[in-house]
Design a protein around this ligand. Structure first.
Ligand code: SF4
Length: 389
């Protein structure tokens, strides 16, 4: 995978949305009154790490090769706000010449001029939150756009010269039939983007959808139905020339893998800013407070905004390596695993691995232990068997 590196990545969380989608668990608010205070606080947080690189081993020599502006809805930011953020990042951090710079954009919040501006400030990848091309589904999910706007958004981005575009789609939503899903999927593919993320809806605790589910007002699809949706999804992508390189991620070639997301699956260091943002650095993980008002208040008082941190113990690191590795098509690098943990993977989990190999759920290819098509269907079950006792 020529595009995947060990350089760290940088993430920025923009905690604003126009409305809240019923299924969404990401931290974002619809009250924009503290936008300027947020920007001020974010710049402070960036500056804090930039001025104190010794707090993180190797930070002063790090060359970041991905930047990801996620949320929330980063495309709600004005040119002025984005310029301030980029200026601050460039002042304090070093970025590689081929840095992948992704911005999440939602239809209904962008136009030709904004896309042109994104190009001008160096954004070279867009991730567009479309979810569906059926207007009734979009309404049901709580999205602010309709199908025609979604198509127009992708076309405008393409016309502005973006040649590394991703769209997000969701399947197995409560009222969706398989035909509905295949309609959206095929329409998404026909837009000729380089990357598509296709997610199976999850009822995350605390979301409006979850509350309705608990009250019996809506129903989740059965496991078999969800498997059918997923199997069809993989088959349509395969026929359309997309490579599935991760459970929910499909690219036209490895050139278009999400280099930033790969850092999450590969335990590569990443540093994140903004409320609720998670970071990982040399085996340590931490997250910022999930409240914009607390984030602003603490930064005003020159206090830390970190409200959770853990150093991964050996067992957790091993388990995560297996779990994240199995999510990717390439799988677990057996030599690297042995070098890192000083134990051979195949022998250490001999009984489990034999069962998986005998059942044709996994294969070993060029020194990588990875799921087969059959295994991908029950990925969560397979991973659960590696949870340390
Ligand atoms: S636009 Fe995205 S981040 Fe905002 S509520 Fe909807 S799904 Fe969540």
């Amino acid at each position: 995978m020529k595009n995947i590196s060990n350089n760290p990545g940088l993430y920025i969380h923009i905690p604003f949305c126009d409305t809240k989608c019923g299924y969404c668990d990401f931290y974002s608010i619809t009250n924009h009154s503290s936008r300027s205070e947020f920007i001020e606080s974010l710049l402070k947080e960036i500056r804090f790490y930039g001025c104190n690189p010794a707090n993180l081993a190797g930070l002063n020599k790090s060359v970041f090769d991905t930047v990801y502006l996620g949320g929330g809805t980063p495309s709600l930011l004005t040119e002025f706000e984005l310029t301030l953020i980029f200026e601050e990042l460039n002042t304090f951090f070093t970025f590689s010449a081929n840095c992948e710079i992704t911005l999440e954009a939602n239809p209904g919040t962008v136009n030709k001029e904004k896309f042109q501006f994104y190009k001008n400030i160096g954004v070279n990848r867009l991730s567009i939150g479309i979810q569906s091309f059926k207007d009734d589904e979009l309404k049901y999910l709580g999205r602010i756009h309709d199908s025609a706007q979604a198509v127009k958004t992708v076309e405008e981005a393409q016309n502005a010269g973006f040649d590394n575009l991703s769209i997000d789609l969701i399947f197995a939503t409560p009222k969706q039939t398989l035909d509905d899903w295949l309609f959206s999927l095929n329409k998404g593919i026909a837009l000729n983007t380089q990357h598509i993320s296709a997610y199976n809806l999850i009822f995350e605790e605390g979301t409006p959808f979850y509350k309705k589910l608990i009250r019996g007002q809506i129903f989740d699809k059965s496991e078999q139905e969800q498997e059918r949706f997923y199997a069809e999804t993989m088959s349509v992508f395969a026929k359309s020339g997309f490579e599935q390189y991760e459970i929910s991620s499909y690219a036209r070639s490895d050139k278009y893998y999400s280099r930033h997301n790969y850092k999450y699956w590969d335990h590569t260091n990443y540093l994140s800013f903004g409320p609720s943002a998670h970071s990982f650095w040399d085996g340590k993980r931490w997250s910022n407070v999930r409240s914009l008002s607390a984030y602003i208040r603490d930064l005003k008082d020159a206090k830390s905004v970190v409200d959770f941190e853990e150093t991964l113990d050996r067992n957790t690191r091993i388990f995560e390596k297996i779990m994240l590795g199995l999510r990717t098509k390439k799988g677990i690098d057996l030599k690297k695993f042995e070098r890192e943990f000083n134990i051979p993977f195949l022998e250490s989990y001999a009984t489990n691995n034999k069962k998986l190999l005998d059942g044709a759920l996994v294969e070993i290819t060029d020194g990588y232990f990875h799921l087969t098509q059959k295994g991908i269907m029950i990925c969560d079950e397979i991973i659960a068997d590696f949870i340390p006792n």
